[in-house]
Design a protein around this ligand. Structure first.
Ligand code: PFF
Length: 448
């Protein structure tokens, strides 16, 4: 069956949707706590190197696979590498997308609950300990966790039903710039807090003593998570790009803005952490404990808090939309489902996973693997296994398997080839990325 080709209406819309996918909880919630647990500056350095040497080349690879075929991952691989079993990588990517959705929706639920707290003025007049309790009370209540997670999911899938152009593009093009401006305001506020310099020192001073191998693995996983790589998201979105878009310009823009937002999140959080005498190693609850304290001391904090959680909610939504779209496009094209049926099936599968994750802090807290509850496990597997594995696959396919002419044509802009760009891509995807990712896996499995 042939499918009507849909696409983003404008270049700005395409960029906004792609940045919208990349910028999300990964930058604002995950990056600060990962950096906090892994010693700050050294983690940031490995992260930035990973974005330059692995992230951008893998993103370009996914763009090439997606835009040259305008298909979902499985169809694209069947077209580009016919007669081989390479297309099976798509199954790993789709599973990775569902695993990511499973835990990600739960964090989106937290954001929704915090927006509600901001509106009802819950943050005012509390101590730091009480902000901690607020978060603990939320995760220990199964009904509250389910309610907020499901509510967010309902919004996500209703937006999905609106289709690619109306739903995704419009929201992203308005909300992303607003989030950016608000983050800048919050960074300025944090920098003015007493003792702010200690936070900056933590974030920018490079000290490898707290990093270790596990920190390097986390930095790699974080870079892939933040750039939405390795689970065919960028293949799916590039399928909606038009043929004139410059892939390299888009990849550098997306990676640049995404990293900037992560660093801004660090500048917003760490000065506050040190100024309020809190611990940078607090883990996933870090941002949810710090931010209410930040808003409380700001003039007009009530309004800033509402605005912030609202925009964070939209940033999360543009990411969950892209995550859902991976499975939806696959189901429509490979299993001939209508868009509506594909959305329903994706919603059902992700609801099962998200429900189990939401309950893994309370009713199911005893289900643990390697000392991790289901939420932590999926969070870990998504970035450090699925995304790295999918990224390795995409790099090897573009580096070694597909026709060079496809790469040249896709990287060319307005008919002009760019040999330097081609060389950078080929060296990175043939050698640098595969060697680095294989080393990471050897380390993960304890072989080195
Ligand atoms: N990059 C998103 C974030 O930083 O929040 C998360 C994400 C979206 C990961 C889409 C993977 C993906 F395919």
């Amino acid at each position: 069956m042939s499918h009507k080709r849909i696409g983003f209406a404008t270049r700005l819309g395409a960029i906004a949707a792609t940045v919208g996918s990349a910028v999300g909880l990964g930058n604002i919630w995950r990056f600060p706590y990962e950096a906090g647990q892994n010693g700050g500056g050294a983690f940031l350095l490995v992260y930035v190197l990973c974005v330059l040497l692995l992230g951008i080349p893998v993103m370009l690879s996914e763009f090439i696979i997606g835009r040259s075929t305008h298909q979902n991952m499985k169809g694209a691989l069947q077209t580009l590498v016919p007669g081989k079993k390479v297309y099976r990588l798509a199954y790993i990517c789709i599973t990775g997308a569902l695993v990511t959705l499973g835990f990600y929706f739960v964090v989106c639920g937290w954001v929704l609950q915090y927006l509600c707290h901001a509106v009802t003025g819950e943050f005012s007049g509390q101590t730091s300990q009480e902000y901690g309790l607020l978060f603990t009370r939320l995760i220990e209540s199964p009904w509250a966790m389910l309610l907020w997670t499901w509510l967010f999911m309902a919004v996500n899938f209703v937006v999905m039903l609106q289709g690619v152009q109306k739903g995704i593009e419009r929201i992203a093009a308005i909300m992303m710039p607003m989030l950016f401006v608000l983050l800048a305001v919050l960074c300025a506020n944090s920098l003015l807090l007493p003792g702010a310099h200690k936070g900056l020192q933590f974030l920018f001073n490079i000290d490898f003593s707290h990093l270790g191998w596990h920190g390097v693995v986390d930095a790699f996983g974080q870079a892939f998570m933040s750039l939405s790589l390795g689970i065919a998201c960028m293949v799916t979105y590039a399928g909606y790009f038009n043929d004139e878009t410059s892939l390299s310009r888009d990849a550098f823009t997306v990676a640049g803005l995404d990293s900037l937002v992560a660093i801004m999140a660090g500048v917003m959080i760490f000065p506050a952490v040190f100024s309020f005498g809190m611990q940078p190693e607090a883990g996933p609850k870090l941002v949810f404990e710090i931010l209410p304290a930040v808003f409380q001391q700001m003039t007009g904090g009530y309004i800033w808090a509402i605005l912030f959680f609202l925009l964070l909610l939209f940033a999360s939504l543009t990411s969950t939309i892209s995550l859902s779209e991976i499975a939806i496009k696959f189901l429509i094209e490979e299993h001939n489902l209508s868009r509506k049926k594909a959305i329903i099936l994706t919603a059902v599968l992700s609801t099962i996973l998200a429900t189990l994750c939401a309950l893994s802090f309370n009713v199911l807290r005893h289900w643990t693997v390697f000392n991790m509850n289901l939420f932590d496990l999926l969070n870990y597997l998504a970035s450090n296994v699925f995304m790295l594995l999918g990224g390795l696959g995409a790099a090897l396919i573009v580096g070694w398997l597909i026709d060079k002419k496809v790469i040249q044509r896709q990287l060319a802009h307005k008919g002009q080839r760019s040999p330097r760009l081609e060389r950078y891509l080929i060296v990175c995807v043939r050698y640098v990325a595969p060697i680095a990712i294989v080393l990471i896996f050897l380390q993960l499995t304890g072989i080195i």
